[in-house]
Design a protein around this ligand. Structure first.
Ligand SMILES: [Zn+2]
Length: 351
């Protein structure tokens, strides 16, 4: 029966193999020696199982951090990345990053980084969203029927360029465009009796009349989780735990029914206001004790089918959280346009 020491030994071997370039971290993630240890988790003594599983998870994180997994669609999986960096550090990290003494992290990126960190600690992978996509990923893969009015709720920016089927490409209006890619690329995890767990930060674009609370570009954090017997209870527990960690307090939650074509059932998810004691009625932020934070639900069986996942065996949940609104709530920012104004007097407040 393998022990934690075997995991540590394997890590030393893997480090050596990566250093000698004899194997990539991607190959090592699929290596039989690693897989055997993963399979050994369930045979561990109940007393040692948690520590053993945690050590496996650390080894997995080491590998995913070390080398990005490249799927057929060629997007990057990374533990953490800086989308504000001037060079494409997601492909090769330069040694000399610009000196940040005179700058600061944009408040939306701060929110994104903090939230991503919470989910990575919970075992989620991170995949960057795209800023150009096709109608298939925007609608068809997400169970929007053809000619359905829900398609028109998204007033997309269309390009002159078309995809192979002749449909104009578009700037995605939500990060859910990534769901089909992630499900397909990580389906192999289900076959290995693991789960798909990913968060997907990204920019989204809508043809909005710009005002204090609407912008034509904003940020979302998408999340998906798929496995066996995943229920609404798992959805609620995961988001409650994640939001409580982000706000560093024990939040209460409320959900109410909603409609999205790609989840069934769908919910609006509200948290107890982290900025007041929920008894005052004059809170600047919540008004009545709760804040509607995001849309979520159980992934529609048709969305799983589009990724060739058997919806009779596997279920999952997904959510989409608006980072601009979250950041506005947190800091009491009254106008969404400040974020992209480039005004130093605005940005320096977050230094
Ligand atoms: Zn409040």
């Amino acid at each position: 029966m393998p022990t934690i020491n075997d995991i540590l030994d394997l890590r030393r071997q893997f480090e050596a193999e990566i250093k000698e370039n004899s194997k990539t971290a991607y190959e090592l993630l699929k290596d039989k020696r690693f897989k055997d240890l993963v399979l050994a988790i369930k045979h561990q003594d109940p007393k040692s199982r948690q520590a053993f599983g945690q050590a496996i998870n650390e080894l997995k994180q080491f590998l995913t951090q070390h080398k990005k997994l490249k799927s057929k669609d060629s997007f990057n999986i990374d533990e953490n990345f800086d989308v504000t960096a001037p060079l494409n550090i997601n492909q090769s990290r330069p040694l000399n990053l610009p000196n940040l003494i005179n700058g600061s992290v944009h408040p939306i990126m701060k929110a994104q980084n903090d939230l991503v960190e919470v989910f990575v600690k919970m075992g989620f992978d991170v995949i960057e969203s795209r800023q150009l996509d096709s109608q298939f990923y925007m609608f068809d893969s997400l169970n929007f029927p053809k000619q359905h009015p829900a398609r028109e709720e998204f007033d997309n920016f269309l390009l002159k360029q078309t995809d192979a089927s002749g449909q104009p490409l578009l700037a995605p209006a939500h990060t859910s465009t990534m769901q089909n890619r992630v499900l397909k690329a990580q389906k192999y995890l289900l076959d290995e009796d693991q789960v798909i767990a990913c968060v997907i930060p990204g920019r989204v674009f809508r043809n909005e009349d710009v005002d204090a609370s609407h912008d034509h570009m904003f940020y979302q954090l998408e999340g998906i989780y798929v496995g066996k017997k995943v229920s609404v209870a798992n959805l609620i527990a995961t988001l409650k735990q994640a939001m409580s960690s982000y706000f560093q307090q024990d939040l209460k939650i409320k959900i109410q029914p909603f409609y999205f074509p790609f989840t069934e059932p769908s919910f609006e998810f509200a948290i107890s206001c982290p900025f007041c004691d929920q008894t005052k009625t004059d809170c600047r932020i919540c008004g009545e004790g709760y804040i509607e934070l995001l849309g979520c639900g159980l992934i529609h069986p048709n969305v799983l089918k589009q990724a060739d996942i058997d919806s009779q065996i596997y279920t999952g949940f997904a959510w989409g959280l608006g980072l601009n609104r979250l950041t506005m709530l947190k800091y009491g920012i009254e106008d969404i346009r400040h974020f992209t104004s480039g005004k130093l007097e605005f940005l320096r407040q977050f230094k």
